[in-house]
Design a protein around this ligand. Structure first.
Ligand SMILES: C[S@@+](CC[C@H](N)C(=O)[O-])C[C@H]1O[C@@H](n2cnc3c(N)ncnc32)[C@H](O)[C@@H]1O
Length: 377
């Protein structure tokens, strides 16, 4: 993965512009090792975003043995990780050259964990903490929880704790040659993927980190007129509009309930878009929204949640035609679909309308959707 970040700052990195802003905490003197977790398949997009958003000391590297985590070292304030949209969560990584977790309860080691917890608390307040660790109900973890509760004032809540500490066997050899143990302290009280704008639950709503990845794959232009077909509760629309301005934005769906949910989510995100009721598989779409759209986004129904496998073939084929009619010359259409066979067949039939620029496979909780970036031919 190529590093596209701003790279290691010069020797006087303490004078980074971020440090001079009033009210900002000074940047740390050493880069902070972080682990970014994400949905498998999105690694390159997350690495790309991390390089844009963070002050990286070297390129992101995959965590050994994992397909859902990247190691990065970041020079700037930890609060910068809150700007990551494609990652599920970010953790401060503490590596301990110790043979067993019991050693973590000793003075210096414990203090490093407490310091990292305070760093997390400065970014997002929490009143409780929990462990994610094999054997977290053992006597050793009970003692560690007591000591951390005492030092931080946070309540230990093994099921619902907000501040998450992952304790695991190390993934790289330490100074002694043994991998030791890692403690990962999550930044913030909620995962990054939990969006504050999502005020209503809509069955079948797109995962926000996938939606953010779609937006990055599409490319951002302030001059874009953005059309979200079959917008449901508006995830794709909100992620596009929170990533940057657009000349105009419209969401279309057949379902009045879906549009009500979209309206609430857009409101919570302070994102401005027009919502229209329209069938997005036929000429009614152009009648409702007109033509000349530069960026089109969609995640059509899948399984039997908002359709059936039989009708989903018609929906995909109709969507590709209707989107083409509404699109400006040179438009991009980014589609997230679980109906891979259906989509592949429909794309072959629609090759006079859309050319496939890229396909990205994602693995999300047992589902394997794909993101297609299409260019209008
Ligand atoms: C998978 S959901 C979209 C979820 C949405 N991205 C979200 O995050 O909430 C598919 C949506 O397609 C809509 N839909 C199904 N057939 C449609 C059609 N022919 N025209 C317009 N919308 C349609 C459904 O009402 C549903 O809201």
């Amino acid at each position: 993965m190529a590093q596209r970040g701003r790279g290691r700052p010069p020797a006087h990195h303490g004078s980074h512009p971020a440090d001079r802003r009033p009210g900002r905490r000074p940047a740390p003197r050493t880069a902070t090792p972080l682990e970014l977790t994400f949905l498998p398949g999105l690694g390159e997009i997350v690495a790309d975003e991390a390089s844009d958003v963070l002050l990286l000391d070297g390129p992101p590297t995959p965590v050994p043995g994992r397909e859902d985590a990247l190691d990065v070292a970041h020079w700037g304030p930890l609060s910068a990780v809150l700007d990551l949209r494609t990652a599920v969560a970010a953790f401060v990584v503490l590596r301990f050259d110790v043979p067993r977790p019991k050693s973590l309860t000793s003075g210096d080691h414990l203090q490093r964990i407490v310091d990292a917890m305070y760093s997390s608390l400065r970014v997002g307040s929490s009143s409780s903490f929990r462990f994610e660790a094999a054997g977290s109900d053992s006597a050793v973890f009970t003692r560690l929880a007591e000591l951390l509760a005492e030092a931080t004032g946070l309540r230990y809540d093994e099921a619902q704790g907000q501040l998450v500490l992952r304790v695991r066997r190390g993934v790289r050899p330490g100074p002694s040659g043994d991998p030791g143990w890692d403690v990962l302290v999550r930044i913030g009280s909620r995962p990054l993927s939990a969006r504050t704008w999502r005020v209503v639950d809509f069955p079948g709503a797109a995962n926000a980190t996938i939606a953010a990845a779609m937006v990055r794959l599409a490319g951002l232009a302030d001059s874009d007129r953005v059309l979200n077909l079959m917008c449901g509760s508006g995830t794709l629309l909100v992620e596009r509009l929170t990533a940057g301005p657009a000349a105009e934005a419209v969401g279309a769906d057949l379902s009045g309930d879906a549009l009500t949910h979209a309206s609430e989510n857009l409101g919570a995100a302070a994102a401005d878009a027009r919502l229209v009721t329209a069938d997005c598989t036929g000429p009614e779409l152009v009648e409702a929204v007109g033509t000349g759209w530069d960026l089109l986004l969609a995640d059509p129904p899948w399984g039997t949640l908002h359709g059936t496998h039989a009708t989903n073939a018609e929906v995909h084929a109709g969507m590709l035609r209707a989107a083409h009619d509404a699109a400006a010359p040179g438009a991009r259409f980014v589609v997230l679909t679980h109906e891979i066979k259906v989509m592949e067949r429909c794309l072959r039939d629609a090759d006079a309308l859309w050319r496939v620029r890229s396909e990205t496979r994602v693995f999300a909780k047992g589902h394997h959707p794909r993101i297609y970036v299409l260019d209008r031919t």
